[in-house]
Design a protein around this ligand. Sequence first.
Ligand SMILES: [Zn+2]
Length: 439
Amino acid sequence: MAKELSRTDRAIVRLADGTVKQQNLLTGTEVWTVPGRGHRPMGIPRSEHRPLDPSHEGDHCAFCEHRYLETPPEKSRLVRDGGGGWHELSGLPAEKLGATTAEFRRIPNLFEIVSYKYWNLNHGHVPSEDARRRMAEYLASSEGYDHIMRVVRARLLASGLTEEEFAAMSETSRLHEANGFFSGGHDLIVARRHFVDGAADDSQLAGSGTLSPDEHYQYTAYTARTMRDLYGLNPQVRYVAAFQNWLKPAGASFDHLHKQLVAIDDLAVQTEAELDRLSSQPEIYEEILRVGATRRLLIAQNDHAVAFAGFGHRFPGIEIWPLGGPIEPWQADEERMRAVSDLLHAAHAATGADVPCNEEWYHRPPSVATPMRWRILLKWRISTLAGFEGGTRIYLNTIDPWQVVERVVPRLEEMRESGAIGPMRIGSECRVAPRMLRD
Ligand SMILES: [Zn+2]
């Protein structure tokens, strides 16, 4: 019995047999959840938990704190002083890296998605005066010189060069390979811990949700500042993608918490699609929020942000939207950034560190005038796309948005009670109206 569905019904509707169909109001993506496939455990099943060897403390992977010299020279770090205050230290020389413990570090990615060579050869990008000076200073100490040569060698060997070929390279061409460390467009923000403090076995990874709300705020604000900085890398930078892959099924190469930021010379395909939709439906964001509010998808809310179960995405998950008029991530004042961070942190904590997930930031790039909205999507990578999706472009989710709400809300209530997350309204306590997206 086909009947005409309103746009809000198309956004999410439960059919007579229990199938839930969703449509993304921005992109048109179709998602179905068929009954009987949910309620499976979401985390990665681990057959054995290996006890941690205390002698490996700080040394579990190349992002760990005793291995600062295995990653490219860091751009900056956040440290805490004795009184609990936070400070950013920029451009430390190699010999000072061990003098403080970085709570978060901003480092160039050793294997860039868009490389320095890409920017150099396609756009004539060269290191700025500052970047050149910083590189010269770094190389001036023997520790710095050795560090860079080791990392260049590691990268070249990993990308297929033989020891003989590396040995035959001139010093100049080896140093040329290091330009990307000082003037590249793919940075990582790496957290301090690999495992939670006091972890006994290797199941206790330190994910976003295991940070304190204050640590998570610093992490989020640092990411936003890095994004602004990368827009200044080159005039041809049109978009800076920011994301976090957590655990291998979500694309992470290390089980050590980090975000990635990648400058690209094009708008994201998602951005183009969203701009198209916005030109014909300028009220689309308010409509999405109305669906969230009226279809019982709300998860949490504080003074400046709201979280709701995402609908019409390839994977189930949680969306975090700043309230008020649209702003860019780096424009958020501390209060608003804390509000967004608190909800994102709570979403991670309720998801659990054993669930592979992608955190994706959406925002308006500076070259675009249309008021696109900054928001963050946390996607649970609990299923694998298969032939059905490839052939139909209809995506199957094992759990529907209402089941996301059911899973998350009780966990948030417990964590609010114990003080593990920031203050917020949860589930049915939320009061959201589309006008809250205006100033
Ligand atoms: Zn590690």
